[in-house]
Design a protein around this ligand. Structure first.
Ligand code: DP6
Length: 386
């Protein structure tokens, strides 16, 4: 039996955004946040780990490239897993001393506002927890890697509780409902740009926390009420309410970025056009059928029910023509429909390739161990070359 552990972990996209920290080292947020976890069969991080007595140092490879193990966030995750293992007495003392090798890859663009660090750290921490046989909740350890990663430790709809303890012990994620509760919930990720963002979330949050009055108002008055409302909407499967809260929260988060000093922006003209189109689509439909949300990048994540996907995809194709229509939509398959003429009149087709591609996915499960032997490290513990 191999001593290599391999795990796949999901991306999550927040509907109530995490923005601002009360402790930068422990990555403790100023507010609760809520997200949906997306299907790992479409988008995921995959990580293999192993520990051996002959390894001279801790080593990590990300997306085929050797990276430094010196990053404080990475070090904190490994340290915390080992101290849990020691406290739980789950492995012997020698094993805890051995160095580890980590090899990880994402099947989607990194650092494009596509929640790659969330999937990556959730994957790393889950794999290490299995390696060191840690049984307790690991969301607070994933949080040490990247705040939003703590939500990717669970499937379905997830809440990250900001907590109040200075040591962060109560800043953990919990599941609101599993993915089977609302299987009709799908997502379309409209990839507007896949280049690295200018202002990282970490830097942006620091500026907002130090300077934005709107952020203070949001944390005190808006987020608590919205969190209650969206949890209720999820439990009751009330899509229009879910969508309204999601869109308002995304808009407020981007307003906070502009209210920061100096201000920074993540959304582009194409992002704003998408916002406009979704409101027009909903208006014409007579009810809220689609929600948009944007993270720290220009890409849109549309949440919608499965039945709406064919019409929305046809609408997007009409407004955003692609020079490669066959490859424009990836992920889950749908039979697209002829576009309703009223929808066609909403907007003229734009220049080609403003949206590079669309990922069609749905709400899914949390991290899972890969048991088919497809490790990213070979038997000698060396990264396999693709
Ligand atoms: C806009 O989790 O990437 O996606 O904790 O500094 O690593 P760090 O930030 P990160 O921030 C995510 C911000 C967001 C909103 C969200 O996912 O809730």
């Amino acid at each position: 039996m191999s001593d290599i552990i391999t795990v796949k972990a999901p991306v999550n996209i927040a509907v109530i955004k995490y923005w601002g920290k009360r402790d930068e080292d422990l990555i403790l947020p100023l507010n609760d946040s809520v997200s949906a976890t997306l299907d790992t069969s479409i988008m995921c991080a995959k990580t293999s780990v192993c520990a051996r007595p002959e390894f001279k140092e801790n080593e990590i490879w990300l997306n085929g490239k050797k990276e430094t193990f010196q990053s404080p966030r990475l070090q904190n995750c490994l340290k915390e897993i080992k101290s849990r293992a020691a406290a739980e007495n789950s492995v012997n003392e020698d094993f805890l001393q051995w160095k580890v090798r980590v090899c990880s890859e994402n099947n989607f663009p990194t650092a494009a506002g596509l929640a790659s660090s969330a999937a990556g750290y959730a994957c790393l921490v889950t794999a290490l927890a299995k390696l060191y046989k840690v049984k307790s909740d690991v969301s607070s350890i994933a949080r040490l890697g990247s705040g939003s990663a703590c939500r990717s430790v669970y499937g379905g709809f997830v809440r990250w509780h900001a907590g109040t303890n200075p040591d962060g012990t109560d800043s953990v994620a919990s599941q609101i409902e599993g993915s089977a509760h609302w299987p009709e919930m799908h997502a379309l990720i409209l990839v507007v740009g896949d280049t690295k963002k200018k202002t990282s979330s970490t830097t942006g949050m620091r500026i907002s926390t130090q300077t934005s009055e709107l952020l203070k108002h949001r944390i005190k008055y808006c987020v608590p009420q919205r969190t209650d409302e969206i949890i209720q909407a999820i439990k009751q499967k009330d899509f229009p309410k879910f969508a309204e809260v999601t869109m308002k929260d995304s808009n407020q988060f981007h307003a906070v970025c502009l209210d920061s000093y100096p201000p920074f922006v993540y959304m582009t003209d194409v992002s704003h056009l998408i916002v406009d189109l979704i409101h027009k689509y909903n208006e014409l439909s007579g009810s809220t059928k689609v929600a948009y949300t944007f993270d720290a990048g220009p890409n849109a994540c549309l949440y919608l029910l499965e039945e709406e996907v064919p019409q929305v995809l046809s609408f997007i194709r009409h407004v955003f023509p692609s020079s490669n229509p066959e490859l424009f939509v990836t992920g889950l398959k749908t039979n697209e429909v002829t576009l309703n003429p009223e929808l066609k009149n909403i907007c003229e087709p734009q220049a080609k390739d403003l949206i590079k591609y669309v990922i069609h996915t749905k709400v899914g499960e949390g991290p899972t161990e890969v048991t088919d032997g497809s490790h990213l490290l070979n038997d000698a513990g060396i990264p396999k070359i693709e």
